[in-house]
Design a protein around this ligand. Sequence first.
Ligand code: LLP
Length: 424
Amino acid sequence: MKTVNTNIKNNELYIGKHSLKALALKYKTPLMVYDEEGVKTKIKLIKESFSSKKLKTKIIYASKAFIAPHLVDILNEEGLCADATSISDFELLEKANFPMERVFFQGNNKTEEEIKLALKLKINAFIVDSFSELKLIEKLAKTKVDTYFRINPYVKIDAHKHIQTANLDSKFGEGIDNAIWDDIIDFYNNSTHVVLKGLQVHLGSQIKEIDPYLEAIDKIAEFKKKLETKLKYKIKAFDLGGGFGVKYLKEDSKFPLKEGLKTIIKKLEELDFEIVAIEPGRSIVGTEAVTIYQCLKLKQSRYYNYCLVDGGMADNIRPALYDAKYSFACVNNVVSQEKEKYQVVGKFCESGDILGKDITLSKLKENDYIVTYTTGAYCYAMSSNYNGALRPAVLFVSSKGVKEVIRRETVEDYLAVFNFKGDK
Ligand code: LLP
């Protein structure tokens, strides 16, 4: 499964005109490389497919998939909204000059400090996760605040259980059948600040089918009517969440972005909302990056050929956490008659630090470079300093050139948080 724009020249791998080997030599490895034109193409596809003459549409980028100021500029230019889940997210968006009226506050346990900052910044809306959170926002607010309420519509999806969020036992939102809704509506009717502008759902991630979304829409349409029998005003907006799945392996299926979003918008047009939103993350950035590693050592065990790379679970926790599978390729000697099957493993002290099992590659030599495809979402974002690992550098490449959007962490960055004897 290749990233959109990879190509082979002189048996070496390129993204557009950029040799991945040259980038690896210059910026060192592990190195993440995003195809900027690929990201923009995805945004355009989503914008075109999720558009309506009847409804106002919003595309709220799920920043948790991957965020960096350069990407914020792109989101801004393309007119997207963005979400934030923490003070750091807000500060990053603000520092990158993203308009606060296009920011939505997500998260299932917002702190007082975070709420106060969001109120001060005058963001677009809070996506409220619980009645308890709603009361806290009302208490802290001094003027009118738009809220979308997250509802668990109980729609099961076919994905790893760690990324399902609308199960009966989910920690997210308030259940659609929860008796608490009468009190929530009373609260909205009698509150001074919070306004129930919209309803929100997020079913989970890596959803390949359209049906779960259609099921959620049906349930929410009914639920809206029920709420409006008691609420003193109409609920204007509906945010369907994100989760549109991408392909990691050739044999994977994916959410049909164009056709799926068109079907969804058509169905939403039949309902009585003015504003509709989606929250894509992975479907914008997921397929548009690769991670380059250097294979530092080769060794054989009784069962396997091991390719030991200079990164691993600290820059990509997904195989260990979700049993996620990836495609790989060699950066040099891409096509070869001599092939070998490898366990591509990381350098961290855990048996689960395996990036890929039974991966067929051109026969490797030590110090060769390899890439993992489709690392654009939830890799850098979930990276860690495990074993003292330093987070990789991240590049955006395009026909215009190379932009280092995140520099590699340094040992100084790593040491900066510790108190040493003698420090003040
Ligand atoms: N909206 C909400 C409220 C979310 O919680 C998420 C993702 C999204 C939108 C975006 O979902 P996407 O379109 O990217 O699937 N770490 C996991 C994925 C966790 C998703 C968390 N929430 C993984 O690596 O698969």
